[in-house]
Design a protein around this ligand. Structure first.
Ligand code: ATP
Length: 204
C-alpha cells in the first residue's frame, strides 16, 4: 500500500499541495487528472523523492518512502533518455551502479525487456533515431530494469497518436497484472477511463 498522509508542498510561500491524503493499494493503477498547474507533476516528484515537502508523510508498506526510493520508478514526460547512449546503454546505466547482478545478466534482462516491448531492432540505436512511441517504450523499459514496486508516469501519452496511446495503455495494464502499483498523470480523460482503477481530480 502506498499511503500519502496530510501532504503539504509549498514553493516559496505558494501552497501547491494542501494537506492531501491518498491511499493506493498495491497493484492498483490510479490516474491524476486536472487543470494545468494543479500540482500533479509536483505530487509525482514528491512520491519519487525528487522534491521535499513541508508537512505530511509518504509511506510504502508503512515505511517512509525516503528509505525505499529504489522501489520507485519514474517515467518522465519528455522521457529523459541519455542522448549520447544507445537504447541498451540507457537501460543498463542505473542497474550497473545499483544492482548486484553481473553485466552479462543485466544485458540479458535488458534485451528480454526490449524484445517484449518490440524494440529488439533498436537495441544499438540512439534516442534521436527513435520515434516518440519507441522513446516512450524505452523509458518504461528502463524504469522496469530496477524492478520497481511503484511506477510514476508524467503524461505518458502526450506525444503519441491514438494507436500508440492504446499500446501504452495495454502495456500499463500488463504491468498492473504483474502487481506493480502505478500512478499516471494525464490530461487525457478517455485514456484514464480505459486504464484506471480510480481517477483523482487534482484541483488548483
Ligand atoms: N521548482 C518550482 N519552483 C517554483 N514553483 C514551481 C516549481 N515547480 C512547480 N512549480 C509551480 O507549482 C505549480 C504546480 O506545478 P505542476 O507542474 O505540479 O502542475 P501540473 O498539475 O503538473 O501542471 P501541468 O498539467 O501543466 O503539467 C505551478 O504553479 C508551478 O508553477
Amino acid at each position: 500500500m502506498l499511503t500519502i498522509k496530510n501532504l503539504t508542498k509549498k514553493f516559496q510561500n505558494k501552497t501547491i499541495i494542501d494537506n492531501l491524503s491518498l491511499e493506493i493499494p498495491t497493484g492498483q493503477l490510479i490516474c491524476l487528472v486536472g487543470p494545468s498547474g494543479g500540482g500533479k507533476t509536483t505530487l509525482l516528484r514528491c512520491v519519487s523523492g525528487l522534491e521535499t515537502f513541508q508537512a505530511g508523510e509518504i509511506l510504502l508498506d508503512d515505511h517512509p518512502i525516503e528509505m525505499q526510493l529504489n522501489k520507485i520508478g519514474v517515467v518522465f514526460q519528455d522521457y529523459h533518455l541519455f542522448p549520447h547512449m544507445t537504447v541498451l546503454e540507457n537501460l543498463l546505466l542505473a542497474p550497473k551502479l545499483k544492482s548486484s547482478q553481473s553485466e552479462t545478466e543485466l544485458g540479458q534482462q535488458a534485451k528480454q525487456l526490449l524484445s517484449l516491448f518490440d524494440l529488439s531492432e533498436q537495441v544499438n540505436q540512439y534516442p534521436y533515431e527513435l520515434s516518440g512511441g519507441q522513446k516512450q517504450r524505452v523509458a518504461i523499459a528502463r524504469a522496469l530494469m530496477l524492478t520497481p514496486e511503484v511506477i510514476c508516469y508524467d503524461e505518458p501519452t502526450s506525444a503519441l497518436d491514438p494507436q500508440l496511446r492504446d499500446s501504452v495503455g495495454k502495456m500499463l495494464l500488463d504491468l498492473k497484472a504483474k502487481g506493480i502499483t502505478q500512478i499516471v498523470v494525464t490530461h487525457d480523460h478517455e485514456f484514464a477511463k480505459t486504464i484506471a482503477d480510480k481517477i483523482y481530480e487534482v484541483n488548483v
